[in-house]
Every structure is written in structure tokens, then in C-alpha cells.
Write a protein that binds this ligand. Structure first.
Ligand code: KG4
Ligand code: ZN
Length: 340
């Protein structure tokens, strides 16, 4: 039988990154991301501004993705897009664009769940990494989500635990804000943490049962601690920035690792994959590698490009669904809350 290449154009617009990618089968040909700088001034994502920026970015981003992949739109086999979860105003831009483009080109439309995509990003072909094998545990850690999921097959996933309040990325960003660092503060906390003592200060770990997470209490205890210390010494934060960042990061990683260890014990699964922006954190990467030696885990950490929000991860889901003939009707609407 003649082998026909499948070309997917994928669109991601769930939060504050407008992204388009082209995949040929499971290989990424292009992955263009336009990050929205406007939110930095506000210390967080402003939904109204995000949707306006998506509308401005989407056409040039799609053009660039096609040009970089050296693909003409007439060659496309299908259009994949993020249906949810995410900010409604942001999702609407990508959803409407994808629907129109699929209609115009008369190709199938494929809806993608953003959280499934963070997990299935591990199946984008990568010369240096093997994909995880089923069943595996996925821990998705980002600015919007914190989940531990058991993945039995591409589209057979079950959430074992998730955050009851803030996401882990928010815990990093909000702690950074308390320390006077700009948004998003996660990468800066990571940078300063590497120069500090993780045991300089201790913060309480939340008492949440099962495999669920909670991070809002940690944020409050950091706030009270910093307020108390700066009363006596106004320069407390600047004089102890490295130690504060190291101690905050140490506490957050301990919370994540405790639950991950519990999940491996509960399921007997030792194949672990992480995803989401916080996977870039040097401490969590090290903790996972240590787990390989200590607990016999096999761990999978995606390339940074596939950790943060990007359309290539939407494209791989598009490809997997295309192969199974799972297509979406033109009547589809965006879904702000969308369980995997
Ligand atoms: O996946 P992502 O790009 O967007 C969401 O879907 O949320 O994740 C962004 C989050 C932000 O909270 C950011 O501070 C955090 O990932 N982040 C980090 C690091 N790099 C990004 N947090 C800790 N350490 C890092 N190195
Ligand atoms: Zn995400």
C-alpha cells in the first residue's frame, strides 16, 4: 500500500501564547509561538487583552508556520485546534479561525483538549528521547494546571489528583510577586534558588489528602513571613533573596515529589512523564533524575519548546486522532472547562 504523509496545521490560543505548528505525521516541521508581552505590566494574564492580541497575531503566526514548514495550505490534511480548557475569549479566536480555515480548504477539523496535548507532546518525534510506554503517569505542571494523570492509552486517561486552588506555576509566580520580582516570576525564582540555601527558611506543607494538591496556603504563609521580617528589617528580602527563592522552590518541589511518590506506590507504575511550563524548573528536573536512581523510575522530560504552551503538542494529538478517524463537526464550540 502506498504510504501517504499526513500534514496537520495546529492552532493553540488557550491562554496568552498564540501558536501555530505544522506536523508531517509525528514530525514537527514548524512551531511558531507569539508570546504576549502586554501582560507583564499587569503582573498576570488579562483575559480581555489576551483575546485581542490573539486576534492580531493569529494570521501572521499561521502564515509563518506554513512558510517555515515549506508547506502550501493546499497540502494540509486537517486543521487541529485547542477547544479547551482555557480562557474563553482566547479559545474563541483559535476555534473560529480553525473552523473557518477547515471549511475554506474543505479538510477535516480536529478538536484537541489542551491538557491531553501537554501529555501527548511526548509523542512528537525526538531523536534524543524515546516516548513513554503505556501505562505511564503524567504530571502536568503549569501556570494554569497541576495534575497527576494515569495514561493507559493515547485517549484513555484518568486524573488521579489535581490542585484544589492555585496551580503550581501560580505558586511560583505569586511567591515571586511577594518578593517584588516581575511576572512571570517562576524562572527568576529558579535562577536565584540555585544560589541559595534551600533549608534557610522553612514553610509549612499543606495537608491535603489523596493525590490532590493545594498551594494557596503556602502563598499566604510566605506573605505573612515576609511582612513580619520586613517590619524589623526593610531590606530583608533583598538581603536574603537567594535563600528565600531556594527555600520556596524546595518546599514546592517537595510537595510535588511527595504526591508523585504516592502515585507510583498506589498504581505500581514507574514510568513518569512531566509536562507544562514548570517542567523547565531545574529543581524538579533534578528531583526526577534522582528518582531514577532512588526508586527505579524511568522519567521523561520534554524539550523546553514542548513544555510551555505551543501548537506542536496540539498537532501531535491532531495526527493521532486523524489516524483513528476522530474528526470534529463544524458545530463545535470552545469549552473553558474541559476535563480530559
Ligand atoms: O505551560 P505554561 O507556559 O503556561 C500555562 O499553561 O500556564 O506555564 C507557565 C508557568 C508560569 O507560571 C511560569 O512561571 C512557570 O510556568 N515556569 C517556571 C519555570 N519556567 C516557567 N516555574 C518555575 N521554574 C521555572 N524554571
Ligand atoms: Zn498549558
Amino acid at each position: 500500500m502506498e504510504y501517504k504523509n499526513i500534514y496537520i496545521l495546529a492552532i493553540e490560543s488557550s491562554c496568552d501564547d498564540t501558536s501555530a505548528a505544522v506536523l508531517c505525521n509525528n514530525t514537527k516541521l514548524s512551531n511558531v509561538v507569539a508570546a504576549q508581552k502586554i501582560h507583564e505590566e499587569y503582573g498576570g494574564v488579562v483575559p480581555e487583552l489576551a483575546s485581542r492580541a490573539h486576534q492580531q497575531n493569529i494570521v501572521p503566526v499561521v502564515h509563518q508556520a506554513l512558510a517555515k514548514a515549506n508547506i502550501d495550505k493546499k497540502q494540509l490534511s486537517a486543521i487541529a485546534f485547542t477547544r479547551g480548557p482555557g480562557l474563553m475569549g482566547s479559545l474563541l479566536v483559535g476555534t473560529s479561525f480553525a473552523k473557518s480555515m477547515a471549511l475554506g480548504l474543505d479538510v477535516p477539523l480536529i478538536e484537541v483538549n489542551h491538557m491531553q496535548a501537554h501529555i501527548l507532546a511526548h509523542f512528537i518525534k525526538d531523536e534524543n528521547n524515546l516516548p513513554p510506554s503505556f501505562p505511564f503517569l503524567a504530571m502536568t505542571i503549569s501556570g494554569g494546571h497541576t495534575q497527576i494523570v494515569v495514561v493507559r492509552d493515547y485517549f484513555d486517561m484518568e486524573i488521579l489528583g489535581e490542585t484544589l486552588d492555585d496551580a503550581v506555576g501560580e505558586a511560583f509566580d505569586k511567591s515571586a510577586k511577594i518578593l517584588g520580582l516581575p511576572y512571570p516570576g517562576g524562572p527568576l525564582v529558579d535562577k536565584y534558588a540555585q544560589l541559595g540555601n534551600p533549608k534557610a527558611f522553612s514553610f509549612p506543607k499543606p495537608k491535603v489528602g489523596g493525590l490532590n494538591f493545594s498551594f494557596s496556603g503556602l502563598k499566604t504563609s510566605i506573605l505573612y513571613f515576609v511582612q513580619k521580617m520586613t517590619k524589623d528589617d526593610p531590606n530583608f528580602v533583598s538581603e536574603h533573596l537567594n535563600d528565600l527563592c531556594a527555600s520556596i522552590q524546595y518546599t514546592i518541589i517537595n510537595i510535588l515529589m511527595d504526591k508523585l511518590k504516592k502515585a507510583t506506590k498506589q498504581t505500581g507504575i514507574k514510568d513518569i512523564a512531566i509536562g507544562g511550563g514548570v517542567s523547565a524548573n531545574s529543581g524538579i528536573r533534578k528531583a526526577l533524575k534522582d528518582g531514577e536512581k532512588k526508586y527505579g523510575w524511568t522519567t521523561h522530560i520534554p524539550k523546553f519548546e514542548y513544555c510551555t504552551d505551543n501548537a506542536a503538542m496540539i498537532g501531535i494529538v491532531g495526527y493521532l486522532k486523524y489516524k483513528q478517524g476522530i474528526f470534529t463537526d463544524q458545530g463545535v464550540t470552545a469549552k473553558a472547562r474541559y476535563v480530559i
